[in-house]
Design a binder for this molecule. Structure first.
Ligand code: FAD
Ligand code: DLZ
Ligand code: SF4
Length: 517
């Protein structure tokens, strides 16, 4: 046999660099379902179903094209349940001259792969992942040239390089960013469109049975499962989004509403991150909708910025800064993760709603992740590794390269400001403005102190108070620091007392899960 081509669960693209030049007569593709990947954090049941079902469908697609696929299933009695163990077994079965793999999406896995050559005595070629607009080496070069200190500079550079929404070297519409148009609450009475979900076929049903048996103790509801698991379904999901939701995506991008899990968001991140969709085709479809007059510029620019800007930027930062990045804890946060993140059992209606939705769907949109569960973790000072473990586990789209910078950097400011110049800290007023969560909450968003007050209010000032010295040096935090310093010292003392009373009473039995290494 010629080459063993290893394809990981988030590399389900027929255009993957590892598959280029595949010799169907002599090469073997290896795909493995292993407990190590399913259990290094307690992934949501729907996430495991998504990955395993999409892997099985992808293997069938390759086989349909005449490719020899060696597919190891989770219930294979000989399964060693680790990537390295399964590659070793496959080497013994096939005696390849070379192992080919596209670079993984996680530092932990890259470390493993880098050990294969020495351990197995077979040369290993690790290829660049060309499914991104900006390769790791291009990002490193941009960083050297000082173009990655903020996402916005990087994004403009990527617009110039790719030509998305550009006309004669200038941004279409005369400005790069239309974000200021995209912060409206959902108008009363507006009903977002029903979203395309996919009924499980026989392959997905079989995986669901397996997950019900083997991962019963994992977070999240198994049913209803509606994520796309094939390329055709992912393309249908893209088409549906462009037609029905993209036109209104921009205006209410930051809004949150009880009972509306998806609003006008694309829901494409699970398919994008496991490779069923490519970012280039997604951005092209959005731009075509703008050029055809189907969707306005603020929606299309906002959407393309998320993918061409944020998605590429966080990946670049991840690979540039790892492994040191994950170990930073600039704000010294050390509180255990409260149980409410797993149970949703809390009188804080916003937290209960977002955790409940996450449990039902394995999805929450960006502002729910950033300004509700994220904001709470930031203000409460929860240990970064524990918060990261939670985000990595609960969302169907969560992979280390994208989850870690968003959580560690954008939400928790644990990187000291590498990713964002200021923490996205907010009091209850922000949540009240952007959602209907406060209606019917046990707490009063207008109350600042005392047992009835919205906890976000005193936690916000307690957070500024705890980090006063640090934030005083950050011009973007000057306003809250000034307000805090003008406060009556007695009021500051009550803020501290209220924050301690509330936080210390939160049950946090601690998950029985091993920390990720
Ligand atoms: P849309 O709102 O429709 O956006 C379109 C696309 O843009 C998304 O599909 C996604 O590919 C991309 N995108 C948008 N925002 C970001 C961002 N900040 N970083 C990277 N890509 C972005 N996204 C993930 O894909 N995986 C994660 O593990 C993940 N973890 C997150 C953790 C936290 C704490 C926060 C605040 C954000 C996280 N995000 C993550 C970013 C964002 O929340 C999701 O990409 C988005 O909610 C996915 O839903 P959607 O496809 O409907 O997105
Ligand atoms: C997330 C995941 C899960 C749950 N299971 C598997 C698996 O059994 N086999 C596999 O190849 N990949 C799986 N994955 C995705 C991997 O964790 C992911 O490919 C690596 O973390 C690299 O990004
Ligand atoms: Fe959340 Fe506070 Fe509003 Fe309750 S009052 S929903 S805790 S922001």
């Amino acid at each position: 046999m010629h080459r063993l081509i290893v394809i990981l669960g988030d590399q389900l693209s027929t255009t993957l660099s590892a598959l280029a030049g595949l010799d169907a007569d002599r090469d073997v593709v290896l795909m493995v379902e292993v407990m190590e990947e399913a259990r290094y954090v307690p992934h949501h049941k729907q996430k495991i179903v998504l990955l395993l079902s999409a892997m099985r469908h992808f293997a069938a697609t390759l086989q349909g094209r005449g490719v020899r696929v060696d597919y190891v299933r989770l219930d294979d009695p000989a399964n060693s349940h680790s990537f390295s163990g399964e590659v070793a077994r496959a080497v013994a079965r096939h005696a390849p001259k070379r192992i080919i793999v596209t670079e993984p999406g996680e530092w932990r896995v890259l470390q493993m792969i880098e050990g294969w050559q020495a351990a197995l005595g077979v040369p290993v070629t690790i290829l660049s992942d060309e499914r991104f607009f900006c390769s790791r080496s291009e990002f490193a070069a941009l960083a050297k040239a000082g173009k990655t200190s903020r996402m916005e500079y990087f994004y403009r550079e990527m617009r110039r390089r790719t030509g998305f929404l550009m006309a004669e070297g200038a941004p279409v519409g005369g400005q790069w960013n239309f974000d200021s148009d995209n912060r409206k609450p959902l108008p009363k009475g507006t009903r977002p469109p029903a979203r395309l979900r996919f009924s499980p076929d026989d392959i997905t049903r079989e995986v669901m049975d397996l997950v019900a048996k083997r991962f019963a103790n994992h977070f999240g509801d198994l049913e209803p499962f509606g994520w796309p698991v094939t390329r055709d379904q992912a393309l249908a999901a893209l088409d549906h989004f462009i037609t029905d939701a993209l036109p209104a995506f921009g205006d209410v991008q930051d809004a949150m509403k009880t009972g509306e899990d998806f609003l006008y968001h694309s829901l494409l991140s699970p398919a994008l991150n496991c490779g069923l969709l490519l970012p280039d085709e997604v951005c092209k479809a959005a731009e075509a909708a703008y050029r055809a007059g189907h969707a306005p510029l603020n929606a299309v620019e906002g959407f393309i910025r998320q993918i061409l800007g944020w998605r590429e930027y966080v990946r670049g930062i991840y690979w540039l800064e790892m492994p040191g990045y994950a170990a930073t804890n600039a704000l010294g946060a050390a509180r255990p993760l409260p149980d409410l993140y797993w149970t949703g059992d809390t009188p804080m209606r916003c937290m209960a709603k977002v955790v409940g939705q996450t449990r039902r769907t394995s999805y929450a949109h960006h502002i729910q992740r950033l300004m509700v569960t994220g904001n709470f973790a930031l203000l409460a000072g929860i240990t970064p590794a524990k918060v990261e473990e939670w985000y990595l586990a609960v969302y169907a789209d969560a992979f280390d390269w994208v989850e870690l910078p968003n959580t560690h950097g954008m939400v928790l400011h644990a990187d000291g400001g590498r990713l964002g110049s200021k923490p996205y800290a907010a009091s209850g007023a922000y949540i009240n403005r952007m959602s209907d969560y406060c209606d019917g909450c046990a707490f009063d968003v207008k109350e600042k102190l005392g047992p009835k007050a919205c906890p976000f209010n005193y936690l916000y000032w307690n957070f500024i108070d705890r980090h006063e010295a640090r934030f005083a040096k950050n011009p973007r935090m000057a306003m809250p620091v000034k307000t805090l310093r003008a406060m009556d010292p007695a009021r500051r003392a009550v803020i501290r007392e209220d924050a301690s009373r509330f936080l210390d009473a939160l049950p946090s039995s601690g998950p029985s899960w091993p920390r990720r290494g």
